[in-house]
Write a protein of this length. Structure first.
Lengths: 182, 252, 355
């Protein structure tokens, strides 16, 4: 089995970090995994994205133009990546910052007000990226919350360890978000 | 009883014949370097980064460890050596073309970083080994093979005053310009070289000496005429003196 | 980089950091560099780590200075390195030529980006020729190692230091922007190679011996010929001892896909797709670009009907494959000028067209 995940948003939304946490999770679960960012000049201002490929076998290719799951945290990313979801795949949309204009009927749309929830429940919109991972864990069933908690420990540097409980809270909020409401 | 008044320094290789042109001041400069190395007891810990040009042959004369550097890069090589082996005594011996033209970036930045390196730059106002072309120190009006009607400012721009520029770098501990035109000045030159070496040994920073030097072959002069030119023309523009010495409280 | 890279523990890190950490583990005493995307993380990591360990790090004024500082440090026998990318590696060619003539164990990490000129910062394999043929003057060879995974970035960095010192020859780790920027799990092993005794040539001060000269200047033509013969004897030895490659299902293959570096991952996947269709396709990946696995390719050309070279440049390694195969069977090219490699599906489709 090989699954491709793209996470996209604008600079500052923690897209690359979310990808790193997810990739660490797959590593912890003994999967083969690669993480590849958009980088360099793209880092300034515009949209940022990273591709995480998880595989039981060797990863077939590091960069993918299409993915099984695409998480978009802003409108520009929705507009750019909606077409990139594989048939039968899923797009997770941060409806706080992106309008879901469904132009396909062969993919699943999961709409969650990620930024709003982070703001209301955590008083910190910067937790949006990790909250989104919680949503992804629930929707995809590819990685457990426990694994992602361990992954956070791998990624967050020692001098920021105090932030871990808050991030775990964000993960849970995303995981437990009532998707039927939408 | 006979008294020894002159001795070839032990830092010299045995039975080496100078390959410099007759009357060239490189010979004197190399001898002074050898003597200072010996007097400071540095033979066993010295490593020289040799440059390109007439100065490269220093490793043929000195019996110390030497690395030949690409043109202009001696200061980078010296930086690498010193950083790898901070306990060694590291110096460069470069011409003005190597130090102040093709290697100016490396020279200035070594000084700015305050590398614990000593550098000797021979200024003879021309590219010697390639046959006397215009270099960074060629004087205004000077005729060379690439300034056939003389260095005019409109066309060629100004020569560089190296010792003054190096003195401006905050990492420089000592910067001086000396001349080899008289016995008295040769003695002063040796003192300056010693000082430039000592600031490294004390860990104070970059030590630098610019040596005004004759090039009778390319100047098409006799050795005496060449020293007259050093005295009457070069020393009027490239004024000998100590431009920076952080060991002197007055800091003149 | 947040993670701590202990040996024996899997960590997820970028290729650039894996290279830097491996260099530190290998005992690299000095790093000299100047930033350029997509390899700046190497210098950033080194600036902190080397200071912490009491080793040397210098932010050089240029790549020209950086590589020459490496020559200086290497002349004293220590392990030293620089890292850079395409247009800036171009600046270093003179020093690399000197380092071969001086027989200095220089290690250079070259993380390729798009060219020519300033080009762009995306992955590329456009400096295959730059590293294997050289842009410096005279007859010389660099040992060139091409990793295809982040794990190999680490392992081949170890090897680069070892081979550089074993053969006293500059050695290039040739990665690309994809490997430099991507993350993958890596397990760091301790430096696995023996330390090479440098005491017979290193510049350490002429204590109890005559001064040593490390030089390339040989004014007498005879001596230069003699030196070049000696140098090329060494290269022959390197070819005999160190040629390394990886092949998958090449023995019975009708078509063998040849690629190096990060492109090989997609090529292996493409071969898998083609095998699933019942086509007899194998893959071949030179790990050492010099020494190039000429003999093995020549051997394979007796059974293989066609070679297809896949590379992210306008066709550079393809010429070496042609030389190795020496006209026995056709050698085709699938390429892309710059960027991430063509997808496995694209490669597979093109290979089918060529079959």
């Amino acid at each position: 089995m090989e699954k491709d995940i793209i996470i996209a948003g604008f600079g500052g939304q923690g897209v690359l970090l979310a990808g790193e946490v997810l990739a660490n999770g797959f590593m912890i679960d003994d999967k083969n995994v690669t993480w590849y960012p958009s980088y360099g000049a793209e880092m300034r201002g515009g949209t940022v994205n990273c591709t995480v490929v998880m595989s039981d076998d060797d990863v077939s290719a590091v960069q993918k133009s299409q993915a099984d799951y695409i998480i978009v945290l802003n409108q520009a990313s929705f507009d750019r990546f909606e077409a990139g979801v594989k048939k039968g795949g899923t797009i997770i949309v941060n409806s706080s910052l992106a309008q879901v204009k469904k132009s396909r009927d062969d993919i699943n749309y999961i709409s969650v007000p990620i930024t709003q929830t982070a703001h209301d429940r955590l008083s910190n919109v910067r937790m949006s990226n990790i909250l989104a991972l919680g949503v992804f864990a629930r929707v995809s069933n590819l990685v457990s919350l426990e694994t992602l908690e361990k992954a956070l420990n791998n990624v967050i540097p020692p001098h920021r360890k105090a932030l871990i409980p808050k991030n775990i809270e964000a993960l849970k909020l995303g995981y437990e978000y009532d998707l039927l409401k939408v | 009883m006979a008294t020894q008044v002159f001795k070839i320094a032990d830092t010299f290789r045995k039975d080496v014949k100078y390959t410099f042109c007759p009357g060239c001041d490189h010979g004197v400069a190399v001898r002074l370097v050898a003597e200072v190395l010996e007097e400071l007891g540095l033979k066993e810990k010295a490593i020289v980064a040799a440059a390109i040009g007439c100065s490269v042959t220093i490793y043929d004369f000195l019996n110390i460890d030497a690395l030949e550097s690409p043109h202009g890069r001696a200061m980078a090589e010296a930086t690498g050596i010193k950083r790898a082996r901070p306990d060694k005594f590291v110096f460069t011996y470069q011409g003005d073309g190597d130090f102040a033209s093709i290697g100016l970036a490396e020279s200035m930045h070594a000084a700015l970083r305050g590398e614990k390196i000593s550098a000797i730059c021979i200024n003879n106002t021309t590219y010697g080994m390639t046959g006397g072309q215009l270099g960074p120190t060629t004087m205004v009006g000077q005729v060379t093979t690439t300034s056939p009607t003389g260095r005019n400012l409109e066309y060629y721009g100004y020569p560089i005053k190296v010792a003054e520029h190096i003195a401006l770098c905050d990492g420089t501990a000592f910067s001086a310009r000396v001349s080899l035109d008289t016995v008295a000045n040769i003695r002063k030159a040796k003192q300056a070289i010693k000082k430039a070496f000592e600031v490294q040994l004390k860990g104070l920073g970059f030590g630098f000496v610019e040596i005004l030097s004759s090039c009778p072959t390319n100047w098409k002069m006799t050795p005496e005429q060449a020293h007259d030119r050093v005295r009457n023309e070069m020393m009027q523009v490239f004024k000998p003196g100590i431009y920076k010495d952080i060991t002197e409280k007055s800091g003149k | 980089m947040a993670v701590e890279c202990l040996t024996g523990k899997k960590v997820l890190i970028k290729g650039n950091y894996a290279i830097a950490q491996a260099a530190v583990n290998a005992g690299c005493e000095c790093y000299f560099g100047y930033p350029i995307t997509p390899q700046s993380e190497i210098g950033e990591f080194m600036s902190g780590k080397m200071q912490e360990l009491g080793r040397a790090y210098v932010s050089a004024e240029s790549e020209l200075a950086a590589i020459n500082m490496v020559l200086g440090a290497c002349s004293t026998g220590v392990k030293a390195m620089s890292s850079s990318s395409s247009c800036a590696v171009a600046l270093m060619q003179e020093a690399l030529s000197y380092a071969t003539a001086d027989e200095l164990p220089v290690v250079l990490v070259s993380v390729m980006r798009g060219g020519p000129g300033l080009g762009n910062i995306y992955p590329s394999q456009g400096d295959y020729n730059q590293s294997t043929k050289g842009g410096g003057n005279g007859d010389y060879k660099l040992i060139v190692l091409a990793p295809s995974t982040v794990q190999e970035c680490a392992d081949l960095t170890y090897k680069a230091f070892y081979l550089a010192h074993k053969y006293k020859n500059p050695t290039v780790l040739l990665a690309d922007g994809l490997l430099g920027q991507m993350m993958e799990p890596v397990e760091f092993k301790p430096y696995p190679y023996p330390e090479i005794d440098n005491s017979s040539w290193a510049l350490t001060g002429a204590k109890g011996r005559d001064g040593r000269i490390i030089r390339s200047y040989a004014p007498l033509a005879d001596r230069q010929c003699e030196f070049l013969e000696k140098l090329y004897d060494k290269y022959k030895k390197i070819e005999e001892n160190e040629t390394e490659w990886e092949e998958l299902n090449a023995e019975d293959a009708d078509v063998v896909l040849v690629s190096f570096g990060s492109t090989s991952r997609n090529v292996n996947s493409a071969a898998k797709l083609l095998r699933q269709k019942g086509l007899k396709v194998g893959t071949f990946r030179p790990i050492t670009l010099f020494p190039f696995p000429n003999n093995r390719l020549a051997e394979l050309s007796k059974s293989v009907k066609k070679f297809v070279v896949v590379e992210v440049n306008m066709g550079q390694m393809v010429n070496d494959v042609k030389l190795a195969v020496n006209g026995r069977v056709p050698v085709e090219l699938i390429n892309k000028g710059v960027g991430t490699p063509p997808s496995p599906e694209e490669i597979a489709a093109k290979v089918e067209e060529l079959m």
